[in-house]
Design a protein around this ligand. Structure first.
Ligand SMILES: Nc1ncnc2c1ncn2[C@@H]1O[C@H](COP(=O)(O)OP(=O)(O)OP(=O)(O)O)[C@@H](O)[C@H]1O
Length: 317
């Protein structure tokens, strides 16, 4: 697997204070990587450095390279970064209204995203916008709606459609479901995973919610005090953490590592005896629900013929 994103020795400083130190991070093509850590650990600054969106007076050092982009992203000028953002790297943040233009209809915003980056001719952009909305399960008349006419969950789905409009090689999500009602969180997570899988895009997913990482990601990096303190496959890090801080995070989370069950995902109720015998999560996780709805994994023999698509893998320790 080739690497889409390669971050080396990233540091972020404000005046004399170092906020992020020596972060190394890679995301492979089509890989889904979680970035976790408590509030203030440096997750967002790491993502903003990749996007070239750090606040004024905050500076990044080190190297950020993106496959297919022939220049270094750290220190690149705004003209170059605005060509990369929205085309090669797209993002979904917590609050959808920050990404939407309140005075423009949704259809026009989607069309504009494709025309600005010249990824679709004008004649095809409108139909592509309609298809993007359909993919995030919004009705066709949402094309003519203004953002304020939609619910929070619908707006975040529009933001996801916008982010995916140009088939980015990397999607960065920073707490994309934190502000949403719990009932729509699973749907938005599902759409994110489907969206990146359909395009073979890589995903960097920032959250403080370990259950969400276990649901969405294959690999995870743990940040503490501006540094990456641990990384590895989700199933390894969550079941056999090596760093004391990760142990603490797991202990404080809703991930019950004793029974290894995810307890926070809506609809996460295991039909008795219907989970695969090797599954470390031993439960009906949202990921399986999302990808296996056409042929529910819980039917048939629990151990044989089961195709679990959980990205964290299902082999027990
Ligand atoms: N513009 C700024 N000026 C000074 N310090 C900042 C600035 N932005 C962020 N910080 C500090 O940098 C540290 C890392 O912030 P960051 O937003 O990356 O954390 P985070 O892990 O994303 O937290 P959260 O989960 O709360 O979003 C924090 O201590 C924060 O207070």
């Amino acid at each position: 697997m080739s690497d889409v994103l390669t971050v080396r020795g990233l540091s972020v400083k404000v005046r004399d204070t170092t906020l992020v130190s020596d972060v190394d991070l890679t995301v492979g093509a089509g890989e889904r990587v979680g970035l976790i850590g408590e509030s203030g650990s440096g997750k967002s600054l790491t993502a903003l450095s990749v996007l070239g969106l750090l606040p004024e007076d905050v500076y990044a050092g080190g190297s950020v390279r993106l496959d297919g982009v022939d220049h270094e992203l750290i220190g690149a000028d705004e003209r170059r970064m605005s060509q990369v953002r929205g085309r090669d790297i797209a993002m979904v943040f917590q609050e959808p209204m920050t990404a939407l233009n309140p005075t423009m209809r949704i259809g026009d915003q989607l069309t504009e995203a494709m025309l600005i980056h010249k990824t679709k001719p004008k004649s095809a952009a409108r139909a592509a916008a309609a298809e993007l909305l359909e993919r995030v399960q919004l009705p066709a008349d949402a094309l003519r709606a203004y953002p304020h006419q939609l619910s929070g969950g619908q707006r975040q789905r529009v933001v996801l459609a916008l982010a995916l409009a140009n088939d980015p090689s990397l999607l960065i999500c920073d707490e994309p479901t934190t502000a949403l009602d719990v009932t729509v969180q699973a749907l938005v997570l599902d759409l994110i995973v489907r969206g990146v899988m359909d395009r073979s895009s890589a995903l960097l997913f920032i959250t403080h919610d370990l259950a969400v990482v276990a649901t969405v990601c294959e690999r995870v990096l743990v940040m503490y005090g501006g540094r990456v303190v641990e990384s590895g496959p989700v199933a390894d890090v969550f079941t056999r953490p090596r760093h004391r801080y990760t142990e603490g995070l797991l202990a404080a989370s809703d991930l019950d590592t004793t029974t290894r069950r995810l307890t926070t995902i809506p609809g996460n109720v295991p039909p008795a005896g219907k989970f695969p015998s090797g599954c470390v999560f031993r439960t009906r996780c949202a990921y399986a629900t999302a990808l296996c709805e056409e042929s529910p994994p819980w039917s048939g023999d629990e151990a044989e013929g089961f195709a679990c698509h959980h990205p964290a893998g299902v082999t027990d320790a």
